[in-house]
Design a protein around this ligand. Structure first.
Ligand SMILES: Nc1ncnc2c1ncn2[C@@H]1O[C@H](COP(=O)(O)OP(=O)(O)O)[C@@H](O)[C@H]1O
Ligand SMILES: [Mg+2]
Length: 359
C-alpha cells in the first residue's frame, strides 16, 4: 500500500474550484514533484496534505491512517515554504532546534540532532551564526535542516529554491536530492520549474487547472507526454495541427499542410483533428536523407547548442543542434531536415485544452 494517498480530493473556494477530484499515491521513500504553472493548484494540494487547508471532498491517508481532519502538528510532516522565515534573533542552531525544544526533546539529544541536521545540509560549524550572517543558499539550507531535525515521515517543499540564483539552485537540486536519498524521507516538491522537477524526482505529477494531467517518471513525462498541455509545458516542442488520413497497426498517417507524416500511435485512439509534436533536439540538419527542405529564418548561438527556426512546408520548425564545432548554415540559407518517425508524437486535439505559451 502507498505511504500517502489522496482520494477524490477537491477544494472549492466559493464558486471557484481550485482542485477537482484529485487522486494521488506516493510510495514510501519516493521523491514526487507537483509541477505546473502558477495557479494550477500545487500549493493548495500541498497545504491539504500538511493540514493547513481542509479539503472540500475526499480523504487523505498517511501510512494507513486517515489524516483528513487531523491537526497539522499531529501529522508528523515537515514543511518548507517558499518564504522560509527563520527567526532573525535566533542563531542557526536555535532555529534548527526550535521545534525540538517545543516538543520537549531533552538538551543532549537536541544538540545531537541539530549537529546531524546541519552536517547533512553542509552547514557544520555554523550553528552559532545568525541568519543575517548567511548567504541566501545557506539560509535556505537552515530551513531544510529545521524540517529534517524533526525527523518527519514526510517532507513537503513548496518552491523552496525559487529565491536562489540559477547556479546555486542547480547545486541545491543535486544536494537536496542526495540528502533525501540518504535519509529516505518521502518527499513532495512543489515547483513550476520543469528542470528542477526533472532533476530531483522519481515521478512528476504535471498539474493543470486543479487536476493531474500526467503522472510518470521524468523521462516519460518528457518523451511521452499524455496531453497537449504536458507536451508543451515540459520543455520546448514543435506542434503542428493535422488530420489523420489512415490508422495503420503501428502508426497513423497524418496530413500536415499537405505533407504526410507517419507517426507511431502506441495503441492510442487517434482520429480526426490531431496535433503532431516533435522536440527541437530530435530534428537535425541533413543533406542526402532530408525529409523536408526549408530556409533558416533565425539562428541563435547559446553556447552548448544552436537554436534554429526553419521555415518549412509544415510551418516554422524549431531545431536545436548541439555545438559540435562547425557553425550551421546562416540565416536565409536553404537546409534539409530529417528526423526519425519514432520521435514524432500524435495526440488528438482536445478542445478543452488551451495551448499555453510555453512551447
Ligand atoms: N484562500 C483562497 N481563496 C480563494 N482562492 C484561492 C485561495 N487559495 C488559492 N486560491 C486559488 O486557487 C488556485 C490555485 O492556487 P495555488 O494552489 O496557490 O496555485 P499554485 O501553487 O499552483 O500557484 C488559484 O487560482 C488561487 O487564486
Ligand atoms: Mg504555489
Amino acid at each position: 500500500m502507498a505511504f500517502l494517498t489522496l482520494q477524490g480530493i477537491s477544494k472549492r473556494y466559493g464558486d471557484f474550484t481550485a482542485i477537482e477530484q484529485l487522486d494521488l499515491s506516493v510510495e514510501r521513500g519516493e521523491f514526487l514533484s507537483l509541477l505546473g504553472p502558477s495557479g494550477c493548484g500545487k500549493t493548495t494540494t500541498l497545504q491539504m496534505v500538511a493540514g493547513f487547508v481542509t479539503p472540500t471532498t475526499g480523504r487523505i491517508e498517511l501510512d494507513g491512517r486517515d489524516i483528513t481532519n487531523e491537526r497539522p502538528e499531529k501529522r508528523g510532516i515537515g514543511v518548507v515554504f517558499q518564504s522560509y522565515a527563520l527567526f532573525p534573533h535566533m542563531t542557526v542552531a536555535g532555529n534548527v532546534g526550535f521545534g525540538l525544544e517545543m516538543r520537549k526533546v531533552r538538551r543532549r539529544e537536541r544538540e545531537e540532532r541539530i549537529e546531524e541536521a546541519l552536517a547533512l545540509v553542509r552547514l557544520k560549524g555554523l550553528g552559532h551564526r545568525y541568519p543575517k550572517e548567511l548567504s541566501g543558499g545557506q539560509r535556505q539550507r537552515v530551513a531544510i535542516a529545521r524540517a529534517i531535525a524533526m525527523q518527519p515521515e514526510l517532507l513537503l517543499l513548496d518552491e523552496p529554491m525559487s529565491n536562489l540564483d540559477a547556479k546555486l539552485r542547480e547545486e541545491m537540486h543535486i544536494e537536496l536530492r542526495a540528502i533525501q536519498k540518504r535519509l529516505g524521507i518521502t518527499t513532495i516538491l512543489v515547483t513550476h520549474d520543469q528542470v528542477e522537477a526533472m532533476t530531483m524526482s522519481d515521478r512528476i505529477a504535471v498539474m493543470h487547472r486543479g487536476t493531474i494531467a500526467q503522472l510518470s517518471t521524468p523521462y516519460d513525462a518528457y518523451e511521452r507526454p499524455a496531453t497537449a498541455f504536458a507536451s508543451t509545458f515540459l520543455g520546448r516542442t514543435n506542434a503542428f495541427a493535422g488530420e489523420v488520413l489512415l490508422r495503420n497497426p503501428r502508426c497513423a498517417v497524418v496530413d500536415v499542410a499537405g505533407t504526410q507524416l507517419h507517426v507511431p500511435h502506441e495503441g492510442r485512439q487517434v482520429d480526426g483533428a490531431v496535433n503532431v509534436y516533435i522536440r527541437p533536439e530530435k530534428v537535425h540538419l541533413a543533406n542526402g536523407d532530408a525529409r523536408i527542405k526549408g530556409h533558416i529564418a533565425t539562428r541563435v548561438f547559446v553556447g552548448n547548442q544552436w537554436l534554429l527556426e526553419v521555415d518549412t512546408a509544415l510551418g516554422k520548425l524549431r531545431v536545436a543542434q548541439p555545438n559540435h564545432g562547425a557553425p550551421p548554415p546562416e540565416e536565409g540559407d536553404e537546409v534539409g531536415l530529417a528526423w526519425t518517425d519514432d520521435d514524432l508524437r500524435v495526440l488528438t486535439q482536445e478542445s478543452r485544452e488551451t495551448q499555453h505559451g510555453h512551447a
